[in-house]
Design a protein around this ligand. Sequence first.
Ligand code: AMP
Length: 282
Amino acid sequence: MRVVKTIDEVRKQVKEWRAQGLTVGLVPTMGYLHEGHASLIDASHRDNDRTVVSDFVNPMQFGPTEDLESYPRDIERDAALVEAHGGDIIFNPEPSEMYHEGFSSFVDMNVLTQELCGLSRPVHFRGVCTVVSKLFNIVQPDRAYFGKKDAQQLAVIKHMVDDLNMDIQIIGCPIVREKDGLAKSSRNTYLSPDERKAALVLSQAIFMGMDMVRKGETNVSAITDAMKQHISAEPLAKIDYVKIVDLATMQQITDIDRPALCAIAVYIGKTRLIDNFFTEDV
Ligand code: AMP
């Protein structure tokens, strides 16, 4: 397992693998890896001969008041996790390696990004689409792995690959949770002990919504109202959104009469956390 800092080194390595007829999987991450990321690396290791994990806190997907500076970073710890899960290289570039002076080309999308996180984070998906396109061009993987934890991101990437005819299979992997239900996230490290306890309202609300859908409830307001009520009872929690959208368009619906996504974003203190479920998975 090697940590690679430059685009040229990644390209050289991938070319060698290609010359040997090997398949390549890519797992894009922002680092500070946990078992959620590990599950993606495991999936890639299962499906491909070689796995590249990118480890890059992408400045372009953070808004001006967001946590770019404080985002946790620990490349040595990440390297140990990637090695333990069968990854072959970590691509860990400096921002200047990814965005040279004068950088001015972007990949953007005006569908799927108008709702949910796209509303509260207006520059986010342009940053995500641009960096993921660059990573796809650099690594040229056969398959790329994304977590359902970031459900809107997964939908956006699938749409982008389809729109731009990128010959890459996009694989969505299930959400990995802590034992008590909280979805694993690098941002959980921001939480104080009290906030960590309070953060449980997210997964509790998700499980509550899943249960209602399982029992046959299709009325969106009935489900989201119950979830909002549960979250609002926690004094440290402030709701950004609790919504159910059409999985294909990310537009809000009133009745669950098609494959849908229930997604929530909640501030616990200053930390913004997300969680979701796909009605198809219930
Ligand atoms: P991040 O480093 O947060 O940008 O995440 C990198 C990838 O890991 C994304 O595709 C995420 O959806 C995925 N991921 C993050 N947390 C989890 C989790 N708890 N379960 C599954 N996948 C996850």
